[in-house]
Design a protein around this ligand. Sequence first.
Ligand code: CA2
Length: 151
Amino acid sequence: MAKTIYVLNGPNLNMLGTREPETYGHATLADVEKLCADTAARFGLNADCRRSNSEGELVDFIHEAHAKKAAGIVINAGAYSHTSIALHDALVAVQIPAVEVHISNVYAREEFRHHSFTAKAAFASLCGFGIDGYRLAINGLAAKIGAKAKS
Ligand code: CA2
């Protein structure tokens, strides 16, 4: 059976493509989720995409990934990346290889975006590639878990 990776998006990311295109581009969350599904499929993986404005629900998704034996997690926890010890602790607890993604280059923005709790719990972190960061993250995750590209 195909392995599943969870793609978790946090608060306000449902607004993608509707506001602040200079920071986040024109693609929508649906575009992100399709990109993730297509990229995962290249490696014979399923992408289970979830989004929530709620920190607790994001914690629940991480626990669910563990319960369902997910092979990896790609997470853009939005602003919770910079604040949430709960998300850090959940990622550490489940021991699932995780990659953090930010669409924007957080290091070229306000100082409060320069620290990330989720990055500390991830094996890799990407920022500034726009939504292509999700594709890059899945490629890196596939390499990490030994999923080979299908020909
Ligand atoms: O660059 C990223 O992906 C962020 O995770 C996005 C978060 C921000 O708080 C992080 O510092 C960096 C914000 C998500 C808000 O997304 C919007 C998208 C379009 C319009 C308005 C908000």
